[in-house]
Write a protein that binds this ligand. Structure first.
Ligand code: ADP
Length: 403
């Protein structure tokens, strides 16, 4: 049996997990998997395994109505059974919102959990599930050390201007500021930049994390200077189901003139907009690319137009551009989206090599491009695993959470 770290990323309809050896550095994962379809028809799958037998979905039959409180104990039982070959020594969680103060990963305590509960209204789609996963692990394995890593932490290096809204000062003081998200992904990419860019790694780099949720981060010295997401993960780029930046007057109009409730608007902006709303077909970029219908193509066009515009604005925050990095599901896999975004940035010296782009090569900038253009697959889980090992090996005394 191998001592292991369990990394959990709990969302509204899926629970992604990865299991790493309990060791420092960046050991390869033992397992990666997910339970998809939570709330409708949960299906367990393991995407990658090293040194253990590939488990079959049938090894874990799941009831259709099972939620995290049932699924997590089942997953822990399965992992701690002989079949997976591991013994879980600590758990690490991706938590979307750490508020203003948490610039680093932290050991979970009751006080911290209460603090993070207070941030639920700022990330209603993600935070409740992240926190539920922590409580489920605590209930199933009392005393197991748990660590949280925040998507907001990476952006705490930003200066005050980057974080301010043009709102009355009292509101800024109470925490209505730009927080930024996808920090674990940016942290991982920042760590890989020297390998890919040498001396330019510390230059003006914009990372485009384009997945179901999408954002960009402008970095100098591999630290966040500005980012497209703001107070919530709704701001900035157009996303799969989220609208991205929108004139706040639209929200006022919908509520005052159209009679939408706050609940209606939340549902509209978080789940019915973006690629899904514009296309009326799908929130999934691959599906839209395969669909010749005009609304599908218009949704892709708008996604790329908005992304190029955001990138150009972020370049202003760092005084120009040395490199662009594409990452996450769309960034890593859609040659079409990368090309359409880069074509709009030709005036900034961005030129891609279409063959390299179509092959999804690591370096896709043309030889004459003034800006390096890269595809780097992200790995948010390894960031959580490293932090979990670092914090639990330094503080071995487990904290028993209240049930
Ligand atoms: P998340 O982890 O936030 O759920 P991902 O990073 O997995 O999201 O990204 C999902 C998005 O990536 C979907 O819109 C999906 O269609 C898109 N995607 C994945 N593979 C491809 C592909 N080959 N071509 C175009 N888009 C793709």
């Amino acid at each position: 049996m191998t001592d292991a770290i369990l990394v959990l990323n709990a969302g509204s309809s899926s629970l992604k997990f990865a299991v790493y050896p309990y060791a420092p550095g960046s050991p390869p994962p033992i397992l990666r998997g997910k339970i998809a379809g939570i709330g409708t028809n949960p299906v367990f799958s393991v995407r990658k395994s090293v040194g253990v037998a590939e488990p079959k979905a049938s090894l874990m039959p799941l009831e259709p109505s099972a939620e995290l409180d049932v699924l997590i104990p089942k997953l822990l039982d399965w992992l701690n059974s002989n079949r997976s070959g591991v013994t879980i020594r600590a758990a690490g969680h991706r938590v979307v919102h750490g508020g203003r103060t948490h610039a680093e990963p932290a050991l979970v305590t009751d006080v911290l959990l209460t603090e993070l509960e207070a941030l639920v209204p700022l990330a209603p789609l993600h935070q409740p599930h992240n926190l539920a996963a922590i409580r489920c692990v605590a209930a199933a394995l009392p005393g197991l050390p748990q660590i949280v890593c925040f998507d907001t932490s990476f952006h705490r290096t930003q200066n005050r201007l980057s974080q301010l809204f043009a709102l009355p000062r009292a509101m800024t003081d109470e925490g209505i500021v730009r927080y930024g998200f996808h920090g674990l992904s940016y942290d991982y990419i920042a760590g890989t930049l020297p390998t890919h860019l040498g001396g330019r790694a510390n230059g003006r780099v914009i990372v485009a994390h384009l997945g179901s949720g999408a954002s960009m981060c402008a970095m100098l010295n591999r630290r966040s200077v500005a980012t497209s997401m703001g107070f919530t993960a709704l701001d900035g780029l157009m996303m799969g189901r989220r609208c991205g930046a929108i004139d706040p007057g639209v929200v006022l109009y919908l509520m005052q003139e159209k009679g939408l409730t706050a609940q209606d608007v939340t549902s509209l902006l978080y789940t019915k907009s973006g690629l899904l709303g514009v296309s009326g077909i799908s929130n999934d970029m691959a599906a839209l690319e395969a669909n010749a219908a005009a609304p599908a193509q218009e949704a892709i066009d708008l996604f790329c137009y908005r992304a190029a515009g955001e990138l150009a604005w972020l370049a202003t925050a760092i005084g120009g551009l040395d490199a662009i990095v594409f990452t996450a599901g769309i960034g890593e896999n859609s040659a079409l989206v990368r090309r359409r975004i880069c074509d709009r940035l030709l005036w900034m010296g961005v030129e891609i090599d279409t063959d390299a782009n179509d092959r999804h090569a690591t370096r896709i900038g043309s030889l004459s491009s003034e800006v390096d253009v890269l595809i780097i697959p992200t790995d948010e889980e390894i960031i959580v695993a490293r932090a979990t090992h670092a914090l639990t090996s330094a503080k071995p005394a487990p904290t028993r959470l209240k049930p």
